[in-house]
Write a protein that binds this ligand. Structure first.
Ligand code: 2RA
Length: 333
């Protein structure tokens, strides 16, 4: 497999290379793609040095798979160019997610819908991925009707500039190149991505719309509040889900213990519950604080944490690539 990683020097791109190496992805050639100022530099991968190449050179090399994490406008412009030479693109931006001709894939839920004709595959938003992984098997058993989610999202979801802002502020300095319109250290921002005319942010609407598309069920009502917190690595979510069917907490626990991609961390008496610190470097979605919503029937409260750069981005994309390999994605040759 000849693989291009577009945006190879960014936070997610770096994590993608790490995940590809860790999972011993069957890769014969790596084409790291980055902006003009990085072209010619070398990236180490599995003990070998690979030169950073330009977009045009990567397309000319006709990789089998290109994993993109370089922002929506780069994906819009260049993903179709890779697809035109036969490459299958896995795109981590929001550019194609809601395009009805493109699949939005979380492998545990819907990789089996992919066909060789899918040349641009969308990787969902990080906060959506961890929610649907946690809810999918419960939804199959009890039918989710309404989801109320509030997120507590790490600054790594914004990128390196935001991590630098937090660390500079924490060191008592004024951020030299702030990512946010307010300080983030010792603060909380109820503002992720841009505001839409209905008062929601784009991040909140991603959670609403992507959840329905991935779960293949437009009848699920979702409402979200997305919040940035001063944490480096790991998104957390408080999820309140109302089901059509009644449940027993013991059964919910059992279902979650057996849900692919989920790790149950739920022993409050021993102070065991999911925390962003414990999600670092993990691929699993951590689920805990399971309890009934006592204000209405058939409703569950849960707390869900995942490493947003791993399952929320890089790991999910690499899992899609692994699925393509398992299905013998046609080599471009
Ligand atoms: C964030 N959802 O955390 C974004 C990253 N994709 O801002």
């Amino acid at each position: 497999m000849k693989i291009a990683v577009v945006g190879a020097t960014g936070l997610v791109g770096t994590e993608m290379l790490k995940v590809l190496a860790e999972r011993q992805f069957p890769l014969t050639e790596l084409l790291p793609v980055a902006s003009a100022k990085s072209v010619g530099q070398f990236i180490e991968f599995q003990g070998k040095q690979f030169p950073v190449v330009s977009m045009d050179d990567a397309i000319a090399a006709r990789p089998d798979i290109a994993i993109f994490s370089a922002g929506g406008s780069v994906s819009k412009e260049h993903a179709p160019r890779f697809a035109a030479v036969g490459t299958t693109v896995i795109d981590n931006s929001s550019a194609w997610r809601m395009d009805p001709t493109k699949k939005l894939v979380v492998p545990e839920l819907n990789a089996n819908t992919l066909t060789p004709e899918d040349k641009i595959i969308a990787n969902p938003n990080c906060s959506t991925i961890q929610m649907v992984v946690a809810l999918n098997d419960l939804h199959k058993r009890y039918q989710a009707r309404r989801i109320v989610v509030s997120t507590y999202q790490s600054v790594t979801g914004t990128g390196k500039k935001a991590v630098d802002q937090l660390l500079e502020e924490r060191a008592g300095q004024t951020a030299s190149n702030p990512a946010y319109p307010h300080p983030i250290d010792l603060n909380v921002l109820p503002h992720i991505d841009v505001f839409e005319p209905n008062g929601y942010t784009k991040e909140e609407l991603k959670m609403v719309n992507e959840t329905k598309k991935i779960m293949g069920d437009d009848s699920i009502r979702v409402t979200a509040t997305c919040v940035r917190i001063p944490v480096v690595g790991g998104h957390s979510e408080s999820i309140n889900v109302e089901f059509a069917e009644e449940f027993e907490l013991a059964d919910v626990r059992e279902i979650l213990a057996n849900t692919p991609g989920v790790e149950l961390v739920d022993d409050p008496a021993a102070n065991h519950y999911p925390m962003p610190k414990d999600s670092h470097g993990k691929d699993a979605v951590l689920v805990g604080r399971l309890r009934r919503d006592e204000t209405q029937p058939k409703t569950l409260n849960m707390w869900v944490v995942a490493d947003n750069l791993r399952k929320g981005a890089a790991t999910n994309a690499v899992q899609i690539a692994e699925y393509l390999v398992s299905q013998q994605v046609p080599a471009v040759g």
